[in-house]
Design a protein around this ligand. Sequence first.
Ligand code: DC
Length: 204
Amino acid sequence: MSFTVAIDGPAAAGKGTLARALAHYFGFAYLDTGLLYRAVGAGVLAGGDPVAVAQTLDPSDLENEALRTQAVAEAASQVAVIAEVRAALVVFQREFARRDGGAVLDGRDIGTVICPQADVKLFVTASPETRAERRFLELDAKGVVTDRAAILAEVRARDARDQGRAEAPLVAAEDATEIDTTDLTAEEAVMQAITIVAERRRTS
Ligand code: DC
């Protein structure tokens, strides 16, 4: 039986942490849909045509640490405004969402466009300053030299592009439950998400 959890929200709000925890707790498969756009962005940085890269993407292209850089994130946000790129990625995401045993997908348009019938929709947010600080600490721990102001500017620029685009903009679905992680620990946010999903599973 399928059971779909859709998680949307801006960059570094904690979507991945919640998605991985839910997948682990309930035994669901997990798809980080940002990786699809990152793989297309990386292909474009390597000289490819965005639509052609999206149409020929292979799931094995997603298992690549090089997709985690800020340059690739920026390129991903840029290719994500192209309607044909988004269209090329829809079928893979919908099939993943329907798989037996349940699936959790995180991204920007999962509850609104990819899986409007999802069993649970979460919209995960945090203030731009909190998200930038988390990203800074993450990069700092990896030994990447950067500064807080530059990261905050990148976070704001990516928010503006993801929210302002015509095609599948980042917006909470009307029936999504919002989790604001600004003042929550990761454990507290995970507990909220598990409680919401467990309740829905009981009643579905
Ligand atoms: O979640 P992320 O930071 O890995 O996503 C990278 C970019 O990809 C993000 O800035 C916008 C785009 N994206 C999208 O448009 N739709 C999705 N479902 C996931 C990501």
